[in-house]
Design a protein around this ligand. Sequence first.
Ligand SMILES: C[S@@+](CC[C@H](N)C(=O)[O-])C[C@H]1O[C@@H](n2cnc3c(N)ncnc32)[C@H](O)[C@@H]1O
Ligand code: SF4
Length: 305
Amino acid sequence: MSNQIYYCKPVFRPPSEARSLLIQLTEGCTYQCDFCMSNLRKEFRIRSVDAVKKDLDNARKIYGMNVNRIFFLDGNAMVTPTNKLLEVTNYAFELFPNLERCGVYAHSKDILKKSDEQLAKLSKAGLKIAYVGFESGYDALLNAVNKHATKQDHIEASKKLMNANITLSATLINGLGGANNPEISEKHAIESADLVNTICPDDERLWYVAFLTLMVPPGTEVFKKKVTGRFQEMNSTQILQELKIFISNIGFKNKNANCIFRSNHASNYLPLKGILERDKKKILNVIDYGLSHQESLRPEFYRAL
Ligand SMILES: C[S@@+](CC[C@H](N)C(=O)[O-])C[C@H]1O[C@@H](n2cnc3c(N)ncnc32)[C@H](O)[C@@H]1O
Ligand code: SF4
């Protein structure tokens, strides 16, 4: 019997889970968004509860009590049937007395497939954070990149998570519409800001919104479109202008909202962070600085996913 923890590489996890114990609950993803490589080299499967429990046992032997956070891989582990997700989450909390939370990536449609009761049970068991790829709030663009979700799906899924007391960490993609049509970029920015404004809760809980910048990985649909001239990437100036429109359009009714905004991923040209909408002006000033000081931006060859 192997004492190692099983991984089907490459694995997909959020940057903020870099120090978490990674457990392969699923492999690949059930969707195929045009920009994403999560399912390129993997056939989707949900691993058996026994196999996952064995990995947790092995992790206990390797790390002892020193596990505070677990991230259940892979691209969309929320698709796992609730009873299985509950069983592995409960087992993890039995094994690791210092465990604070478990997390998963979650497509909005798969959140919507779970009932409020199921989400509440998962939250109570310790599934405390879900990373949701909004990508955009502009329906035409969501459709064009095959996201299989609409702005309204994102709104309803976010509310369901918040009602269940599961922390929302949402990502959007700067430059998703490409450089061919500036109108798409503007709508992407405005509709994405409207989506974020709409889901803002009326209390002071923490929630997260991050902007990544589009990368074009070989093998993806967007890569095929790029090499055949049907997609043109935005340059850094266009990217920052799009982000500026997004930030300018943020306006929360709840002035005490605790929305942690980040755009400091390896794919971004300019590292930005702050609390929305409190730090709106500060963020806009940094964007303006980046626009007028191109030499301060991350060089193209350092950008990565
Ligand atoms: C591995 S995916 C998991 C998200 C989850 N399956 C969902 O759809 O909600 C994590 C996120 O990485 C970002 N991402 C994936 N491919 C990208 C690319 N080529 N360029 C920039 N961001 C990308 C997207 O925001 C995506 O939602
Ligand atoms: S973005 Fe999410 S849903 Fe889309 S292919 Fe990637 S992992 Fe799957």
